[in-house]
Design a protein around this ligand. Structure first.
Ligand code: AMP
Ligand code: GLY
Length: 417
């Protein structure tokens, strides 16, 4: 069987690593892949957002099964196109992907399904032009979100009046997000602890994949700008059986029922970003229709079962339970300057193995050139420590980091503390 993993980040290296472990006889391809996936299979140059290009690559390589990593191809309908051509795809179709591609759509679905989330209002750029909504009319704290796909940069948590001004300026005046900012969601500010919950879904049925915690800010102590994620760990100490049950009965089940009612079939990963209030009640911050990055880097090593079987069965309409064991903690090494302007082309030196009993290194922005490993992106490597518990995993990750040398790079020292 020939398998294609779509994407080229740390998440896709971790997915490919796991699929290969669980299905060693498979032939693996990645597009575009990175310096790590090249060791598992063949990297194919492409634009993963061009669904027709992906379809023609799949035809050429006679791909049987496609696992889609990132959200953009999903929102672009890559699964719809590939399935029409008779290929088995793990990932939601275009209609279902709107849960991530349109925050306004997701909020309306949550409202209809009575799913706990922050109170909200939806406005359009016309409302702004006509003065139906303006910064003066809003009170802080408040959260303003561009509705479309903005690579995590379209959310403004406004603590002061000037933050509201800035959000409107960037979304509607400078149009930094283009048409993805034509609609906005304005919602109440929620306080509490954040957590990510993952489910594996097949035609609106689901099984849990567990919880992970993500560190979005660049610097220690949750300071600095938001990034794609600077670290993660699983399991999460404040996620108990009761919270899991609450999330499943109050959020995931009602969501799947609502989608079913609306004629939308959901297959793939559902990632729920949540705020847990001081009484332990979960509220949805966002839905994502894919695995998280760097959450995947900790989930994949902790799966105590066959993830390849689970994914391909889900794609074909059958759910398989996925037990999780032990603990993993990921520290991301990024280029200095990331998430703003950063340098590429630094040489990466890793002393010793990239995988051992208690660690595994996943590549993100890397490529190989004349036998050398070179940085090619903002987030370069994810160093994952493994252990029986978080402390062991943390120790292993920071121990392995000592073996890595990348000039002008940065990582957080406080992941898991
Ligand atoms: P989102 O992409 O919608 O999950 O938002 C990105 C980040 O903004 C979240 O991880 C939270 O840290 C923060 N955030 C989003 N919505 C809210 C809210 N209603 N209240 C407080 N913080 C929020
Ligand atoms: N780590 C956050 C995300 O993947 O959206």
């Amino acid at each position: 069987m020939r398998v294609l993993v779509l994407g080229g980040g740390g998440r896709e290296h971790a997915i490919g690593w796991r699929l290969k472990k669980d299905f060693p006889q498979g032939e693996f391809f990645f597009t575009p892949g990175n310096g790590g996936t090249e060791r598992i299979g063949v990297n194919i140059v492409s634009n993963p957002e061009n669904a027709y290009e992906i379809a023609s690559i799949c035809a050429e390589l006679k791909i049987d099964f496609i696992f889609v990593g990132p959200e953009n191809p999903l929102a672009g309908g890559v699964v719809d196109i590939l399935e029409k051509e008779g290929r088995i795809c793990f990932g939601p179709n275009q209609k279902a992907s709107k849960l991530e591609a349109s925050k306004a759509f997701a909020k309306k679905v949550m409202e209809r399904a009575k799913i706990p989330t922050a109170d909200f209002k939806i406005y359009t750029k016309e409302d702004f032009v006509e003065g139906k909504i303006s910064p003066e009319k809003l009170k802080t704290p408040i959260v303003i979100k561009a509705s479309g796909l903005c690579a995590g940069k379209g959310v403004f948590v406004c603590k002061e009046k000037k933050d509201i001004q800035n959000a409107f300026e960037r979304i509607f005046v400078k149009r930094e997000f283009g048409d993805e900012g034509n609609e906005i969601v304005i919602e109440d500010f929620l306080e509490g602890r954040e957590i990510s919950y993952f489910a594996l879904c097949s035609r609106n049925e689901f099984v849990s994949l567990g919880f992970a915690r993500d560190y979005k800010r660049l610097l220690d102590g949750d300071a600095g700008p938001n990034t794609g994620g600077m670290g993660s760990y699983t399991p999460v100490e404040y996620a108990d059986e009761k919270l899991k049950k609450d999330i499943e009965t109050k959020i995931v089940k009602p969501l799947m029922n609502e989608l079913e009612k609306e004629g939308i079939k959901y297959t793939g990963i559902l990632y729920v970003g949540l705020m847990i209030d001081d009484k332990g009640n979960p509220y949805v911050l966002e839905f994502n229709v894919r695995l998280g990055d760097p959450e995947t880097q900790v989930l994949m090593p902790c799966i105590d079962g066959n993830f390849f079987d689970a994914a391909i069965n889900a794609a074909e309409g059958k759910l398989v339970n996925i037990p999780i064991k032990n603990s993993a903690l990921c520290v991301v090494i990024s280029a200095k300057g990331y998430p703003e302007k950063y340098q590429k082309g630094m040489q990466i030196k890793i002393e010793g193995e990239e995988e051992g009993e208690n660690f595994v290194i996943f590549h993100a922005g890397t490529r190989r050139e004349n036998g050398k490993l070179i940085s090619s992106g903002g987030r370069i490597l994810g160093v994952v420590g493994l252990g029986k518990n978080k402390d062991e995993a943390r120790k292993s990750a920071y121990e392995k980091i000592k073996d890595i040398n990348i000039p002008d790079s940065h990582y957080r020292r406080d992941i898991g503390l």
